[in-house]
Design a protein around this ligand. Structure first.
Ligand SMILES: Nc1ncnc2c1ncn2[C@@H]1O[C@H](COP(=O)(O)OP(=O)(O)OP(=O)(O)O)[C@@H](O)[C@H]1O
Length: 307
C-alpha cells in the first residue's frame, strides 16, 4: 500500500506521489513520484514525449491527474495557495508585443499581487533595464526569456518550474540565466528545470530525474547515478612521436587516430590501469581521464544503450 507523504512533515516544497495521467487511451504518466526540497535544483530529462511538460502542467493545476497526488508547498495544485507558491516559465514565453518591458512586468506584478516597486530592480537583475521602455515586439528571444525569468522572480515563489529555459539563447545569456536560477535556489526556491541541454544542467543542478515513456527511471544526484550505473571511465593516451602502435600493442584498447589510444576501465581498476600506463615510461606523453558524462548516464538510464 502506498503511504502518502505529508509536506509539513518532510519539509519538501513539492511532492509528487504515484501520479498517473491518461490522455484518452494513451497513458502519458505512469506512477510518477518525486520530491523537491527548498533550494534544490532538479533537472528533469527525457526524450521528446517522455512526459516532462505533462508533469509540469499537472503540478501547475492546468490538468487533473488520473490518479496520484501532488502537493505544492502543502497546497493542492491550482488552488490560490499553490498558485502563489509556484511560478512557471514556458519554453516559448508569450508577451504582449505592444507593451514595453516595464509595462508588461508591472501588469504581471499587479496580477500576482507583488509590489510594483520591485519591477525596476527585477528588470535590472535580469539585464533588460536598458530596454525596459521599448516595446517587447522589438526585443530578441534572449531578452524575452530574461523578462520571463523576471516574471518568475516576481512573487518569490517556493517552487519554480522552468521548461527549456535556455533554448535558443547564446552562451552568455545561458550563463546569466543560470546565475539567476542559482540565486533563486540560494533564497530557498525549489527549481525544476526540464531540459535537453545535458552539459549545462550537469554543472548547474543538484539532482537529476530522467523520464522515459511516462515513468521516472532515475532520480538521484549525479554522483550516485554514476556510481549505480557502473559505467567505465575513459582514458585517452597520446603516444610518443605521434605513433600509438607500440602503446596499442602493449595495452590494447581502441586506436582513435595514429597518435592516440582510448582505454575503458572501471572506477575500481583505475589506479591499476594508470600504473600499467606509467610503466610504459616515455612511450606515453599524455593521459586524459574522462569520467562518465551526464550524456553517458542519460543514454544508460533512458535505455538508449540497451536494445
Ligand atoms: N493534450 C494532449 N492530448 C493527447 N496526448 C497528449 C497531450 N499532451 C501531451 N500528450 C502526449 O503525452 C506524451 C508526453 O508529452 P509531453 O509534452 O509531456 O512530453 P515532453 O517530455 O515534454 O516532450 P518534449 O521534450 O518534446 O517537450 C506525448 O506522447 C504526447 O503526445
Amino acid at each position: 500500500m502506498t503511504e502518502h507523504k505529508n509536506p509539513s512533515e518532510t519539509g519538501d516544497a513539492l511532492i509528487v506521489d504515484g501520479l498517473c495521467k491518461r490522455h484518452g487511451r494513451v497513458q502519458t504518466l505512469e506512477n510518477v513520484s518525486l520530491a523537491l526540497k527548498p533550494g534544490e535544483r532538479m533537472a528533469l530529462l527525457g526524450h521528446n514525449g517522455a512526459g516532462k511538460t505533462t508533469l509540469m502542467k499537472l503540478i501547475l493545476g492546468l490538468w487533473s491527474p488520473s490518479a496520484g497526488q501532488i502537493s505544492v508547498a502543502g497546497a493542492v495544485p491550482g488552488s490560490s495557495e499553490a498558485r502563489r507558491a509556484s511560478a512557471y516559465l514556458p519554453e516559448a514565453v508569450a508577451f504582449h508585443r505592444a507593451l514595453t518591458g516595464r509595462e508588461q512586468l508591472t501588469l504581471f506584478a499587479r496580477l500576482a499581487g507583488a509590489p510594483v516597486k520591485s519591477v525596476d530592480g527585477l528588470l535590472e537583475r535580469v539585464g533588460v533595464a536598458d530596454a525596459a521602455d521599448r516595446r517587447i515586439g522589438t526585443w530578441s528571444k534572449g531578452m524575452r526569456q530574461r523578462l520571463g525569468l523576471a516574471q518568475v522572480l516576481l512573487g518569490k515563489p517556493r517552487i519554480a518550474l522552468l521548461d527549456e529555459p535556455t533554448s535558443g539563447l547564446d552562451p552568455i545569456s545561458r550563463h546569466d540565466l543560470y546565475a539567476i536560477i542559482d540565486e533563486m535556489a540560494q533564497h530557498g526556491t525549489a527549481v525544476l528545470i526540464a531540459s535537453h541541454a545535458l552539459t549545462e544542467v550537469e554543472a548547474r543542478t543538484d539532482r537529476i530525474a530522467i523520464m522515459r515513456k511516462g515513468r521516472v527511471v532515475a532520480d538521484d544526484t549525479l554522483a550516485r547515478l554514476s556510481a549505480r550505473a557502473e559505467l567505465p571511465i575513459r582514458l585517452k593516451l597520446t603516444a610518443q612521436n605521434d605513433d600509438a602502435s607500440e602503446v596499442h600493442a602493449r595495452l590494447g584498447g581502441k586506436r582513435i587516430n595514429g597518435a592516440s589510444v582510448e582505454l575503458l576501465c572501471s572506477p575500481e581498476n583505475k589506479m591499476e590501469r594508470l600504473a600499467h600506463i606509467a610503466a610504459l615510461g616515455d612511450l606515453v606523453v599524455d593521459v586524459e581521464m574522462a569520467p562518465p558524462s551526464l550524456e553517458d548516464l542519460y543514454r544508460h538510464y533512458s535505455g538508449e544503450d540497451r536494445t
